[in-house]
Design a protein around this ligand. Structure first.
Ligand SMILES: Cc1cc2nc3c(=O)[nH]c(=O)nc-3n(C[C@H](O)[C@H](O)[C@H](O)COP(=O)(O)O)c2cc1C
Length: 409
């Protein structure tokens, strides 16, 4: 059970809906040393069926016929699978389900959103260290993979140190630290970089710093400040995944074009493709590409919005010539899935209603454009997204709905 090499690593953080396969592959190509999957809730993946797609070599994990996790062998040696769990047995089942295609299992102990903490997952685990450590120990002893976890810090230094020492004693191989408190938000509250040193000094495993890591040079800066082993990028990579290039970031449209090509190569569903692109344009909403993107209802419209229809045509022609499928708009289903679909539609309606109620608070003060983006994303996309679990009748669905708002605020 070889731990990953964290020394001087720049890492793509776990990001629901954003860190799907095309983004992870691009991050690695641009220079990321390791990549995390989005958090996937234990129940949503435990026991999923593994299917290898012969057209592009990708591997889908299907739950009731719907892909909940897609990967490619080329990322395996750098891939950390993040599980959301409050149950040692289910966490292990989830880990064992994907074990052959990933290199490490990470437990999410940092998500502060209500849907997650209600289930006892995410940052709720920080208040139940025995349970948290029980989950980690079970994974360490029985998953056959290296295990890590990602936490937030407490305002209280001693409490934080006590926790990280307990966590280290479970046998995990590295500790991700989002250096914010549970009730702090990335957009409003600066990360507490000054709290990293005490954690690094308290443990002997690699510490991965997360929170406001924005520049390529931040690795060196944080190492000098605190002695951390590695850094992890979330929002900056969401906006432009070429942040991992040592030569500097690429222009947005160049990244966009590469992204669409990757989506075609990996057959990424149109709704996730559109969602990720919208986040890339969130600070460029005056771009002529943005409105057509918001209005896009299928993969062709997304490509058209980006002036990339010709790439789609070429891909469709080559796929068709080989007899491979070309539909990127509907979620693959097996026969007899109508009931599931009906349940999902009902959940979708309930979720939209909740979102509408929540949105009044969460989006207060945000620009009209961002509100518009949130509306488009919620209405047009959540219902069909596959890897991010939005369509699954599980806590995963809740997770995504709320995370979408988080991503836009
Ligand atoms: C869109 C989005 C989705 C996220 N999803 C997850 C997740 O699945 N698991 C997790 O541990 N953290 C998640 N986070 C939190 C980030 O991994 C990271 O801890 C946080 O954004 C702080 O890093 P930053 O300042 O570089 O953005 C998410 C953040 C964003 C912006």
């Amino acid at each position: 059970m070889q731990a990953l090499d964290y020394s001087n690593a720049r890492i793509l953080a776990p990001m629901v809906r954003i860190g799907t396969l095309p983004v992870r592959l691009m991050a690695l190509e641009y220079g990321a040393d390791l990549v995390y999957t989005p958090e996937i809730v234990d129940k949503a993946i435990a026991g999923a069926e593994r299917v290898v797609n012969e057209d592009n070599g990708t591997i889908d994990y299907l739950m009731k016929g719907v892909s909940v996790f897609k990967t490619h062998p080329s990322e395996k040696s750098k891939l950390v699978f993040q599980v959301g769990s409050a149950n040692a047995e289910l966490a292990l089942q989830a880990a064992l389900t994907v074990a052959q295609d990933v290199s490490t299992i990470d437990l999410n102990c940092g998500c502060p959103k209500r849907f997650s903490t209600h289930g006892g997952m995410g940052s709720a685990l920080l208040e139940e260290p025995e349970k948290l450590c029980g989950i980690l120990r079970n994974l360490v002893q029985h998953s056959g993979l290296p295990v890590t976890c990602k936490i937030r810090i407490f305002p209280d230094r001693e409490k934080t140190i006590k926790l990280v020492k307990m966590i280290e004693a479970t046998g995990i191989k590295a500790l991700g630290v989002h250096c914010r408190y549970r009730d702090e938000r990335p957009k409003k509250d600066p990360a507490h970089w000054d709290r990293l040193k005490e954690i690094v000094e308290a443990v002997s495993i690699p510490v991965i710093a997360n929170g406001d890591v924005m520049e390529f040079e931040h690795l060196t800066k944080l190492q000098e400040l605190s002695g951390v082993t590695a850094v992890m990028y979330a929002r900056k990579a969401e906006a432009n995944v070429s942040v991992f290039r040592k030569e500097g970031r690429l222009p947005l449209m160049e990244v966009v074009q590469t992204y669409i090509r990757k989506c075609l190569e990996t057959r990424n569903h149109h709704s996730n493709t559109k969602y990720v692109l919208m986040q890339m344009f969130i600070d460029n909403t005056k771009s002529p590409h943005y409105r057509p993107l918001c209005d896009a209802k299928n993969f062709r419209a997304v490509c058209k919005a980006m002036d990339m229809e010709h790439e789609l045509d070429a891909w469709v022609a080559s796929q068709s010539a080989k007899g491979y499928p070309t539909d990127l708009d509907s979620v693959p289903r097996k026969a007899g899935e109508e009931k599931l679909q009906q349940q999902q539609q009902q959940q979708e309606k309930a979720r939209e209603k909740r979102k509408l109620e929540q949105g009044v608070n969460e989006e207060a003060g945000e620009s009209v454009t961002k509100k518009h983006a949130a509306e488009v994303v919620e209405k047009e996309e959540i219902k069909q997204d596959s890897e991010s679990l939005a369509i699954l009748p599980s806590a995963g669905a809740e997770h995504v709905a709320v995370a979408c708002v988080a991503a836009l605020t």
